[in-house]
Design a protein around this ligand. Sequence first.
Ligand code: GLN
Length: 548
Amino acid sequence: MAKYIFVTGGVTSSLGKGIFAASLAKLLQSKGYRVTIQKFDPYINVDPGTLNPYEHGECYVTDDGAETDLDLGHYERFLNIRTSQANNVTTGRVYQTVITKEREGAYLGKTVQVIPHITDEIKRRMLLLGQTGEYDIVITELGGTVGDIEAQPYVETVRQIRWELGEHDTLICHLTLIPYLKSAKELKTKPTQHSVKELQALGVMPDILVCRTETPLSDDIRKKLALFCNVDIDSVIQALDVDTIYQVPIEMQGENLDTTVLHKLHLPDINPSNLDKWKEFLNKLHHPRGEVRIGLVGKYIELQDAYKSIHESFIHGGASNNVEVIVEPISSEHIDEDNVVDKLKHLDGILVAPGFGNRGIEGKIEAIKYARENNVPFFGICLGMQCAVIEFARNVLGMKTAHSTEMVPDTKFPVIDMMEEQKKIVKKGGTMRLGAYNCDLIPGTLAQKLYGSNHISERHRHRFEFNNAYLEQFEKAGMIATGKNPDSGLVEIVEIPSHPFFIGVQFHPELKSTVVTPHPVFVGFVKAAMQYKNNQKKTAEMKNAVVA
Ligand code: GLN
């Protein structure tokens, strides 16, 4: 049977529970344990698929088509494993199950209550992955902060699981903040003491305290925290701010977190930790030999979390090319025909982001026109690919009013149109074309060379699609469909072979890039940006030489 580690958070939100959980999992995995992570979110949406990125950051999609919390992206990127619907549960999903069962008569004669019915359903889901036999350790991250009304059933379930399985098979890590008060020149432990009290009032005693702090914890502070929060002194773990999330496992190892956890769970600590590949990646990340500047053209640019996986994929793709990728967010709403050159001329590559709705569309199309006409490396993802198709239709094929029927339902040239199977769908939640689909690549094309394979599988999240009625016209004029779904014939990839690097993909490659396996299209795009930068430099030098 698997062992269960629970990660709770106190004092404030945004302490990085997801990164901590992923880092702990990485350390345990590096010692040979089979680990997975799941997240329980206390909100009432059944999944985050219906949430605006401003509310909840990016919606992460798994192979099995679940729309999930972005922390699952961290889990996959750190562990190089695949997660699924079972790895992300919300209050909405729990209640939906219980209410459906109630209507089916599963509780006939009984009053259905938070305790035991909701907590039983949470418990069933918390234990599920550990019962598959696939994992030695299951880490469960509880969303929200201890003390929130909506988090209570989850904390109560953790209490029950601990009571049932005992303290050798369960472990509770509590993440908290130790603020530094400048005026007093002191780190303050009181908020942590209060949040531990809050947990204890619910019957849960943390085993390990993980303390986020801007300055190192002295031995005195560690002792004080241990004494007042009722944990062992070596269970006070310092989590200093670091410049990259990928440094966190190394910091946690420095605090002996893995050893402490294995000891407390009565698990053998025999294998040396193998973090060679991780350290090699970190070394490249910390010692880049150059830099490239990529414009990320989108409409949610104020919030980094909205394009989380894209940012992380550039970190992986940059490290694998030994360069730092500076990603410059550019609001597509502020790009127009008159300012496009000024806004984009300093970039070595342009990525047009995924998205929904009309806002900022014309700016995206302008940016693509600029990239296409000036041989600037271009990478379009989902809506970004659709915009590349619209741009080509308008400016190369002369269909001046071409559009997607998402923006203009009665457009004369619907080059992007709703997929047939989507037309009858009325419910919004979980009804897009979601998850992994196969794609066949044409040998000799950019895509096929990048992937080094003729058959790939990538994850999707969309309702609209390239309109195959126009395909012949596009291909004659130089935009080729180089990747198609073998079953439906849907176009998954478009390219312009006469351009040095112009690729649009209907799927989301950013969801599959990990530290150990950076995504080939990101790797190739960064490389193309490096080449473009070098060529620009050479051209400038030649011009200077002629002038001299
Ligand atoms: N809005 C587009 C569609 O639904 C693109 C979606 C996306 O970029 N994820 O097809």
